[in-house]
Design a protein around this ligand. Structure first.
Ligand SMILES: [Zn+2]
Length: 512
């Protein structure tokens, strides 16, 4: 077993990946390290950030450091004893239009220098037309066949091998690419994300690509995302199925004086304070930082950016274990309108929501916070509503239904005393629909917090949901207990009216 899943939420998982250099906890963020310049040393990342895995470029090593890498191994070159993933250099094709190496040359080097996760030389799609994109997929698949043949001839492999998924924004090509790679026996997959998408903030496109890749792969094997970018989108990458992702943004942003926070980016020249407690920010202030020589300043901002990225990964892991990854998405979606657009498109994708619903944990140590109409579309809410619909699909034991405002604290005995026996009871005015009184204290009903406005603003939908739960089940009579609060009193009145219109005898009354 190379990969073990320990907890899941939406399509995200906390897991452990076994590499030749040891276990790596996922989701994992892999800082990109330039093997020649090594601006921020990998050993610093190990000591200061607890980095278990980093990524570097096999093509640059082949061109510039080949002999040293064969002598000392890639771990020697980087001075890092954790796991090292090596990208093949396909990216250079995109940037400079061609690499001077063959797939077998790159593959042999990756094996011989001791890469833990190796990527065959691929041909990135970028933002090409469908016809040209198909060409890059076909060329990539030919490279993969050559790579696997070479590895076979060498008599087995030491590294975990990742199949690069190309196809760009053409979702059918992504599916086709995965289908063809399935038979080749790779250990994991790696989705090529076109850099122009990230630069143009086209998160909606990227999210659709990720969801497509994860669906095509199935839950079994780990998925890496190339070029994840800013920490505010890490939670999204994970929620859509990425177990690993790399980014060079920590350094590229720093060079440009851009200071990362988990919810956005600030420009160092326009800041008055450093809103962070990392060891860099707690030892300096923004004016000192601005006045430092360029390379020192870049290094310090890059280190701060790394702290932010690693902190965000821990936050995402905790959210998965607490079953509140969707809440984290709702928060992070606010960091940029494009991210919010991508988020809305996830929520509107019925097929994806259904898939996510299957992986929502049944219970959680933490409560559920709902905010607005978007919260009501969450997989957890859908799941709870589906469960209630099943309960309400059975014929009732009694012909009389007592409907109690959700905020009213009332016991069975008090109800029996006031109404006599012979009834079923349910709460109305919850975000989930009618909740049978006996389930009042079960998850997630009692652990849900929401503003009153949520019920008020979605009253029509929620009344309709309640009516559908009751309709056609054979109740003859409903007693709607009146609420003392304004919103629920209106809710009760509307519910009573709708039930009456469907032929039930309805009585609205106050309880003592
Ligand atoms: Zn900081």
């Amino acid at each position: 077993m190379v990969f073990r899943v320990q907890a899941e939420d939406l399509l995200g998982r906390v897991g452990r990946l076994r590499t030749p250099s040891g276990w790596v906890e996922t989701p994992a963020y892999l800082p990109v390290i330039n093997p020649v310049s090594q601006e921020i040393p990998a050993s610093w990342m190990r000591e200061s950030l607890g980095a278990e895995i980093v990524i570097t470029n096999a093509y640059i090593i082949l061109r510039r450091l080949r002999d040293r890498a064969l002598r000392e191994g890639v771990h020697g070159v980087l001075g890092f004893d954790g796991a090292i993933m090596t990208d093949s250099g396909g990216y250079q094709v995109l940037e400079y239009g061609g690499v001077e190496a063959s797939p077998s040359e790159v593959a042999v080097l990756e094996e011989e220098m001791g890469s833990d996760i190796a990527v065959p030389l691929d041909v990135p799609t970028g933002l090409l037309s469908r016809r040209e994109a198909l060409e890059t997929v076909e060329q990539t698949l030919r490279n993969l066949e050559e790579t696997m043949r070479v590895l076979e001839e060498r008599g087995g492999r030491r590294a975990l091998w990742a199949a690069p998924i190309q196809g760009g924004t053409h979702l059918d090509l992504i599916e086709m690419c995965v289908r063809r790679e399935e038979e080749m026996g790779f250990d994991l997959y790696a989705l090529g994300s076109p850099t122009p998408l990230m630069e143009g903030y086209r998160y909606d496109k990227l999210f659709a690509m990720l969801a497509t890749a994860r669906k095509a792969i199935g839950p079994g094997k780990p998925l890496h995302l190339f070029g994840a970018g800013h920490p505010s989108m890490f939670a999204f990458a994970v929620a859509l199925g990425a177990d690993l992702f790399d980014s060079a943004a920590y350094y590229l942003y720093a060079k440009d004086g851009r200071y990362m926070t988990s919810s956005g980016t600030l420009r160092i020249e326009r800041m008055d304070y450093l809103p962070c407690e990392c060891p860099i920010c707690s030892k300096t202030d923004v004016r000192e930082l601005r006045e430092m020589p360029g390379d020192v300043r870049t290094r310090l901002i890059a280190m701060h950016n790394l702290y932010v990225c690693f902190r965000e990964v821990r936050e995402v892991r905790q959210a998965i274990r607490d079953g509140r990854l969707m809440e984290l998405l709702e928060q992070r979606a606010r960091s940029h309108p494009s991210l919010y657009q991508g988020f809305l498109e996830i929520m509107r994708n019925g097929e994806l929501m259904e898939l996510m619903e299957r992986h929502v944990p049944l219970s959680s140590r933490r409560g559920v916070n709902l905010y607005d109409k978007v919260s009501l579309a969450r997989p957890r809410v859908r799941r709870a509503r589906r469960r209630l619909a099943q309960l309400f699909s059975m014929p009732p034991d009694e012909g009389r239904l007592v409907l109690i405002p959700a905020t009213m604290k009332v016991s069975w005995s008090r109800l029996v005393e006031a109404l006599g026996g012979g009834f079923e009871a349910a709460l109305y005015g919850t975000p989930y629909g009618l909740v049978p009184l006996e389930l009042r204290y079960t998850y997630p009903f009692s652990q849900t917090n929401h503003p009153k406005a949520l019920i008020e603003e979605n009253m029509e939908e929620l009344v309709d949901l309640a009516v559908r739960q009751v309709e056609g089940r054979g109740y003859r009579e409903a007693v709607v207990l009146e609420s003392r609060t304004r919103v629920l009193r209106r809710f009760g009145e509307r519910l009573a009216k709708e039930l009456e219109a469907r032929g039930l005898r309805v009585e609205v009354r106050r309880l003592g």
